[in-house]
Design a protein around this ligand. Structure first.
Ligand SMILES: Cc1cc2nc3c(=O)[nH]c(=O)nc-3n(C[C@H](O)[C@H](O)[C@H](O)COP(=O)(O)OP(=O)(O)OC[C@H]3O[C@@H](n4cnc5c(N)ncnc54)[C@H](O)[C@@H]3O)c2cc1C
Length: 403
């Protein structure tokens, strides 16, 4: 889309937001669950309905599936205009793994019936999805999974255990990777099934994290059922389906962090000067820290320019590919370094857990730093991404990892 047309679109988007975004929600929504208090609940619901009518919950999805059929640059404009007024599109958050991962995979592999039944309810944020991939003995070596699904009449009967299932206790549907042929080679006997969570055969047990939150669960399948029509992609070819889904997951993890709603809008270098002080030339007083902050800012800029370049080269139609592994790792590196620096510059103020003598931002930084450790694990660990990069992008010989 030409710049002029994009600017016209920007003006229309800003006007629509002015008329439709409930001002009571301005600046809210980074931790959506925590912030949906009783007095804002009705406004969040109104906002969800308006976004849904406009198709802006998943703006790049086709209109027939609940999106707005917009290009990536147009979707970016909407996000920018939302940012200006403190609005957030909360639908991808309340849909769990729906908008970023399960939805795009259903769009690619689903039957017409699956697309019609599942996609609009993801784009509207009505249904939350979780992902049942990892198991106690199958993480990086995902193809070693042992949760079994056996065909029984018109259904699959599922038995086994998943772990680290984000949001399993509050999701209505799960995309699960299951073994459907125990005699085949390990990657050939796997299928991807869509499973309703509200049934007796599924039990979820939340796992508490070091950061205090409890965002994921152990999930037990005990004669759980799903209809045969919920098989996504061909039987025993779930490995191809999940590889694609994981590319979508990594693609959604390529942003190196968003600012907190509670945080100041000051840059890292400004905050560093506030805490550490300046020298006679007005520079950050600690020369070693100054070097590391500068290096981090260059890395962050290089990461963001790389994403910009890829988007520009694709003329907005970014294809999800193995390159997502590179961006996921560089996003992880940038975000984790920033979290470390945020703590370090604040000195003893940077290690608070609770108490009035710490600001909300200081306390938030500690939680971000702890949660940031997860970034090099979920969606496939840092090392596993390096294996994928070496084999699938650089063409180096096989390592321990086959995909
Ligand atoms: C916040 C969070 C949310 C998550 N959400 C979900 C979810 O919703 N659904 C889901 O199914 N899973 C989820 N996971 C699980 C995640 O996908 C796994 O933790 C991840 O794949 C790693 O598996 P593992 O924990 O079993 O570690 P392991 O596979 O045991 O790995 C341990 C260490 O060994 C290294 N390693 C392993 N194999 C290799 C190799 N071949 N080469 C080099 N190094 C290797 C790893 O890099 C890692 O450092 C989540 C994890 C986190 C942290």
């Amino acid at each position: 889309m030409a710049n002029e047309a994009l600017e016209t679109f920007r003006a229309e988007a800003a006007e629509w937001l002015k008329n439709n975004f409930p001002s009571t929600l301005a600046g809210k929504g980074m931790g959506i669950e925590g912030e949906m208090t009783e007095d804002t609940r009705a406004d969040w619901e109104t906002w969800r309905q308006r976004l849904t009518e406009k198709g802006w919950g998943a703006p790049t999805w086709p209109k027939e599936f609940g999106g707005a059929g917009l290009s990536h640059p147009e979707a970016k404009v909407i996000a920018q205009e939302m940012g200006k007024i403190g609005a957030v599109n909360h639908i991808p958050l309340i849909a769990g793994m729906g908008v970023t991962m399960v939805g795009p995979t259903i769009m690619e592999y689903g039957t017409d019936d699956q697309k019609a039944r599942h996609l609009p309810r993801i784009a509207s944020g009505e249904i939350r999805w979780c992902l049942g991939l990892s198991e106690p003995n199958a993480g990086s070596d995902l193809a070693g999974l042992s949760t079994k699904a056996e065909i029984d009449g018109d259904t699959f009967r599922i038995n086994g255990q998943k772990v680290w299932t984000s949001g399993a206790d509050i999701s209505q549907w799960c995309g699960a990777l299951v073994r459907t042929d125990s005699n085949a080679a390990k990657r050939d006997g796997i299928s991807f099934v869509l499973v309703p969570m509200d049934q007796e055969g599924i039990e979820t047990r939340p796992i508490k994290l070091i950061s205090g939150a409890s965002p994921f669960c152990e999930t037990f399948f005990n004669d759980a059922r799903t209809d045969k029509s919920e098989l996504l992609g061909p039987l025993n070819q779930g490995w191809s389906v999940v590889k694609r889904l994981l590319q979508h997951e990594r693609q959604s993890q390529t942003q190196a962090g968003t600012p907190r709603a509670t945080g100041s809008r000051k840059s890292l270098q400004e905050k560093a000067k506030d805490y550490v002080g300046t020298d006679a030339m007005g520079r950050l007083a600690d020369a070693d820290l100054r070097n590391r902050v500068a290096r981090h800012l260059m890395d962050a800029q290089a990461h963001s320019l790389t994403i910009g370049r890829i988007t520009a080269e694709a003329r907005g139609n970014v294809e999800v590919s193995a390159a997502a592994s590179i961006l996921k790792n560089s996003a992880t590196f940038v975000a984790q370094t920033r979290a470390e620096l945020n703590l370090e510059i604040a000195g003893s103020q940077g290690v608070g857990w609770e108490g009035d003598h710490f600001s909300a931002e200081e306390l938030g930084n500690v939680k971000d730093w702890l949660f940031g450790k997860a970034m090099s694990i979920y969606g496939g660990s840092f090392e596993v991404q390096n294996n994928i990069i070496s084999k699938n992008i650089l063409g180096l010989p096989e390592t321990t990892q086959k995909d």
